[in-house]
Design a protein around this ligand. Sequence first.
Ligand code: FES
Ligand SMILES: [Fe+2]
Length: 487
Amino acid sequence: MSDDLAETPVELGSARSSGPSLQSMLDSDTRPVPESLRDHSYQLQGTADVPKSRYTDRAFAELERTYLWRETWQMACMEVDLAKVGDHVVYDVAGESLIVVRSDADEIRAYHNACLHRGTKLRVDGGRVASFRCPFHGWKWSLDGELVELPAQWDFPHIKDHPDSHLPQAAVALWQGFVFVNMSDDPEPFETYAAKLIEHFDRDFDMTDRYRTLWVTKEVPANWKITMEAFAEGYHVIATHPQILEFTADENSEYSIWPESPNTTRFVNGFGAQSPHLEELSDQQVVDAYLQFATGARRGDVDASTVEVPEGATSRQVVADVFRQGLEQTYGADMSAKSDAEMLDAVLYHLFPAFAPWAGVGQSLVYRWRPGSTPDTSFMDVIRLAPLPADGTIPEPAAQEVLALDQSWKESKAMGGLADVFEQDMANLPRVQAGMYSTGKRGISFSVYMEARIRMHHRMIDAMIDRGLDAEGTSSVLLDPHRVSDG
Ligand code: FES
Ligand SMILES: [Fe+2]
């Protein structure tokens, strides 16, 4: 590189890692890649520090509760959890609670989960009921939300036929087997709210031909944003998962922000190619390392020590072929048209504020995050979906396992080897949360490109809080100490 070039100023936001870009990896794919993977854009989100108080301050958590969690679309459960009339799930988030119920053969509703008499939570667990009866004084509502029984009605002449005696509802949207809810009085339609996510998955990444093989909910010792942000970039691989560097294109991952559909963002980590952090490896070394690491369904019966990279082939092509065979053996599905990228790459979408499905073939994961009872804790859900068996049977969906704050992911039997990776990720979190209380430096310095989505989500939270405060005519002084500035 000449001195002149070295001194050319790089426009802020345009710098990228060394190593091939994801798009150039797609260029050398052996099959046509899904159109959605070619849909990439980025928007600079500034460089200002993000105040740590957003992760610790009760007043900020309260602002999120009022103006974020009550106003956004959130995944409450899956449609399989509501198979029969009366089946319901309790969705608790940020102090709110909804009963999400199949109220009729072709209707799913979400009721606010509080008795209209003195406020008692009507249901604490999911299950199947014919009606909702309050355990305190016995007021009872039908599945349609109509008040059908009121003991000693003579003393409540002001209640029975009052329109307010119906259980208040939240909005419900069904998409790709998931049930979404929104408590806003005037919710944006899910179709526009999640436009990019819907476009990509409906065209390229169908999830409806799968069934749930795992659902673990764990309380985590860190703020919900810290937990979520631990799954939002490939930057942490170098220090947190160094055992995968030989076959992970981590630093050169791709991050997408679509300004026209800002609730959807994406992170794609190329696999089957080495990390730019390492000295150059041969394709054979990459293949050997990856196949040693890959197990089960992905590798099938293939003996990792016997796979040779033919003249002119790349490590990505060779491993993708092995995975195609493995998936065909395991699921009996024809994978011949599936691209190398679909076989290999980690493609993680995010729907604001806290729903994240992986796209791809074979098994895939879905994440969800919610705040805990204090700013220092949160809940993370991990759902695993697997292709339906080739024989046409539909297995029972895995039931929810709940792990407490002091339990390890390894205590989930269904999680298997996945638990090790989660333990690696989660080991950082209490330390991150502790560091949020340090006054040595009051802000967090996210990167310009790799962590831009995280920064954008913070700014979107602020925009929601501002909108809510404005609508109420309340001063934004409540938000100001925690605000992410534009700089
Ligand atoms: S609080 Fe529910 S019936 Fe009295
Ligand atoms: Fe990780």
